[in-house]
Ligand binder design. Structure first.
Ligand code: RIB
Ligand code: CA
Length: 313
């Protein structure tokens, strides 16, 4: 089977970093055409820097990293240093990247790639706010029909919000962008908190990363150690949800995941519920079923895949 061509759109973020490593560790399944950074967990100068750090960690200085949008379409940027630390990759000591940022804007890269590659052969993997993707769709509507699939991390329904009582962070930061993507008609798979909160790091799972005895294993263990303190305090859980790697794991082993094809609409008006993904899980409306909304995963299988692939780097 040929490797799936993807663009990773990201706001690293420790969990984004693990997702990028998983993709780069799986060349038989995934060909990363490029990485596009967006403002989210931390401002854009840090998310693009962090994406380059992760590529160098994976020994992949050849990967093109582009800087994208530095603010949401219509709102002030909200960041998440309280979760990810000041740099976005807090935890281990990290050297500044030496690989260069790719020339050109991330949005232009997304448009040009989708126009160049055969229609239906490029998957978009957004792991942060959807500003870059929505800007590309608005600027070049012809590319929407050329997208093979969008597999994104964002939203929540039964799990409710993590940045407000109603909204998950990626959607909340740029609800107008999310509304454009969810209405676009592109084939959409959504990894909400409903599933990512079942992908919890536990002591034994983090120890398995550390036991790899590699620099990647050490980094991933240090990142998850740092990243989990916030969720454990807030939810009293045994570990932290590894949100973004669920997107990449789905591309490699979709059978680990299950969900329902339903309508999901985005709240863009009410300040009280801004950014909420209103998921018609029980199909009580006749709104178009615009996405596969994932609700569950085989967590042990997910972590076995992670450990197996990351140990290659
Ligand atoms: O709500 C979790 C999401 O927000 C993850 O993608 C995390 O990296 C942050 O971007
Ligand atoms: Ca992210």
């Amino acid at each position: 089977m040929t490797a799936r061509k993807i663009i990773i759109d990201t706001d690293p973020g420790q969990d984004d970093a693990v997702a990028i490593l998983l993709a780069l560790a799986s060349p038989e399944d995934i060909e990363v055409l490029g990485i596009t950074a967006v403002a989210g967990n931390v401002p854009l100068p840090l998310t693009e820097r962090n994406a380059r750090i992760v590529c160098e960690l994976a020994g992949r200085r050849d990967v093109k990293v582009f800087a994208g949008c530095e603010a949401p379409l219509k709102r002030k940027l909200v960041t998440a240093e309280h979760v990810h630390g000041k740099t976005g990759l807090d935890g281990p000591q990290l050297a500044e990247p030496t690989m260069k940022l790719a020339e050109g804007h991330a949005v232009d890269f997304i448009i040009e790639t989708l126009r160049r590659e055969p229609a239906g052969t490029v998957t978009l993997c957004p792991l942060g706010p959807l500003t870059n993707i929505a800007t590309a769709f608005e600027r070049a509507p012809d590319i929407v029909g050329r997208v093979q699939e969008i597999v994104l991390m964002g939203g929540a329904y039964f799990e409710v919000g993590n940045i407000t009582p109603a909204a998950e962070f990626n959607i909340y930061v740029d609800p107008e962008a999310a509304d454009i993507v969810f209405r676009s008609g592109a084939p959409l798979v959504v990894m909400p908190l409903d599933v990512t909160h079942k992908a919890l790091t536990t002591r034994s799972r983090i120890d398995a990363f550390r036991a790899m005895g590699t620099r990647v294993g050490q980094m991933v263990a240090a990142w998850t150690d740092f990243f989990e303190r916030f969720d454990m305090e807030k939810y009293g859980s045994e570990g932290a949800p590894l949100h973004d790697p669920c997107v990449i794991a789905y591309l490699i082993e979709p059978h680990l995941f299950s969900g329902r094809v339903i309508n999901v609409a985005i709240e863009t008006v009410s300040e009280l519920t801004l950014g909420m993904t209103v998921a018609d899980w029980w199909r009580v409306t006749d709104r178009p079923r615009n996405c596969l909304f994932i609700g569950d995963l085989h967590a042990d299988g997910f972590y076995a895949l992670l450990a197996n692939r990351l140990s290659r780097l």
